[in-house]
Design a protein around this ligand. Sequence first.
Ligand SMILES: *Cc1c(COP(=O)(O)O)cnc(C)c1O
Length: 371
Amino acid sequence: MLNLPIMMPFVNLSAQRDAYRQELEKAEKAVLDSGCYIGGPEVQALERELSAYCGGVQTVTCGSGTQAIEIALMVLGLEPGDQVIVPDFTFIAPAECVAKLGGIPVFADIDPKTLQIDPESVKNLVGPKTKGIIAVNLFGQCAPYEALRKIADECGLWILEDSAQAFGATFTAGGNARRACSFGDISITSFYPSKPLGCYGDGGAIFTANAEYAEKARLIANHGSCERYRHVEIGVNSRLDALQAAVLWVKLRHLDQELKQRAENAKVYDEFFASLSGFAPQAIVAGNTSTYAQYTVLAENRDEFIAKLNAAGIPYCIHYPMPLHRQACFDVAAAGANSANCPVTEKICKQVISLPFCAFTDVKGVVEKLR
Ligand SMILES: *Cc1c(COP(=O)(O)O)cnc(C)c1O
């Protein structure tokens, strides 16, 4: 055994497992004893539950959130040379998947308070080769879908909603609160262990109200196969296994309670940072509920704050340290990407810092150590 100093976890997955241990072990054992490990009744049952939870869309589970984006782009018919507008400030997967399929990611700047993709920036980037927009529900809050949908409708673009961080979030449009994963022509999520709804390995899902898209996604996720050994499209191998489905089935039952606890924990941090100067948490738009996949603040003097966290033994992460358009991998893949003009992202990358967070995090304890 390594003798490492004990630091509080950034996301406390062991406390969550302790809380649901009996249910989880029962579900896991049933799968291990069943002899059926990929697809099968657990996966089908989970897909039905996820569909209902998101308000009646169709669900196709797959191997990861990244693969869900890739499959969605294949369903939407992305072709080499097509341009897709993506946020400059997020995890790399959306831009990476566009480039991997030969498309060109075009980087949009963000709003300085909500940190979400800025519809004004998106509008300015639409050109003759633009096919769609990938909107990311950053840190658990939905992107500004009313404004984005208006641009998409005016310009004939599709929207791919990357809700990897926001399964369970709500967004109010026209007075109606709707759940995340229902705002894109196709939407996706990730079940990576530390996401708000996570399994014990890799997993993801694709959501759509379009039956044709759902059918095509299912085909592509399974080697383009409509029946065994008959392949009508070039596809991929991207499947959710039964063990992950069983774990998600248990955790989905606790999700709403966890989201409530997450909101309460966020309030504790909010009040703490409101009492200091030089800090601003990610702004949550009125009417939105966030999953707080990350609790992220802007710190005017981040180095000083990091020194304080280190002295108190509190872990932190930088989401994200660098604008995507500056990543070396996009030098060639996205022609001209390195000259993208995203001044807000440049500034925000130097200020963001994320604190330990989940439904089981002792946020009051963290705040006490920082006072
Ligand atoms: C985590 C994440 C993904 C990728 O999900 P994986 O399941 O890890 O492949 C995609 N987009 C965003 C915004 C994410 O945070």
